[in-house]
Design a protein around this ligand. Structure first.
Ligand SMILES: [Zn+2]
Length: 184
């Protein structure tokens, strides 16, 4: 359409919006169903083999929060420029995906308390909240631990060299690590 028609359409839409007010438009989500909450958004279960270490995979970063996705891409580019390929061994998980992993760990280790030493329940996992990534192989994770802070990526747990979380609010550098995920 021409810009004149486009402008007219915008004016009409604006007028309609003013008249309609709070009444939901047809293209809005189905009544009673809000926009998806981040905890319900799944990530890939797996991905192609990590080119630099076949013990790991390199998932698509699908499902991460938008700002986290952009930050992940920036981090990956910076690493690539330094000659360090990063593989995303695990990123986003839905609460359901995390629940399945946790239930499996409970079967393996016997009790929820023991299982939580290895896999967090969904309500405590930052992978479910969409701002955690697991980076492999070891050399890649080391690079992120040393250089990720300026991009907002911090290693959080002493016992998980691969686990990083995005939080741009660390102007003084990354906070002190916790011994493990159960300590937080
Ligand atoms: Zn992790």
């Amino acid at each position: 359409m021409t810009w004149r028609v486009g402008a007219l359409v915008l004016v009409v839409l604006a007028a309609a919006a003013a008249v309609v007010g709070a009444v939901p438009l047809a293209r809005d989500v189905v009544a009673g169903r809000g926009t998806p909450v981040i905890e319900d958004v799944p990530g890939p279960d797996t991905g192609p083999v990590c080119p630099v270490d076949e013990r790991y995979v390199d998932e698509e970063p699908a499902g991460l929060r938008d700002d986290v996705l952009a930050a992940w891409r920036a981090l990956r580019s910076a690493a690539q420029e330094s000659g360090v390929p990063l593989c995303l061994n695990d990123g986003k998980r839905s609460a359901g995906q995390q629940r399945a992993e946790f239930d499996e760990a409970v079967r393996r280790f016997g009790t929820p308390e023991l299982a939580a030493n290895y896999v967090l329940p969904p309500e405590r996992s930052n992978h479910v909240k969409g701002f955690a990534v697991d980076v492999q192989p070891w050399a890649a994770a080391e690079w992120v631990a040393a250089n990720g802070g300026v991009h907002g990526w911090c290693r959080r747990y002493e016992n998980e060299y691969w686990h990083f979380e995005y939080d741009p609010a660390h102007p003084q550098g990354c906070p002190a690590m916790l011994p493990d995920a159960t300590a937080g």
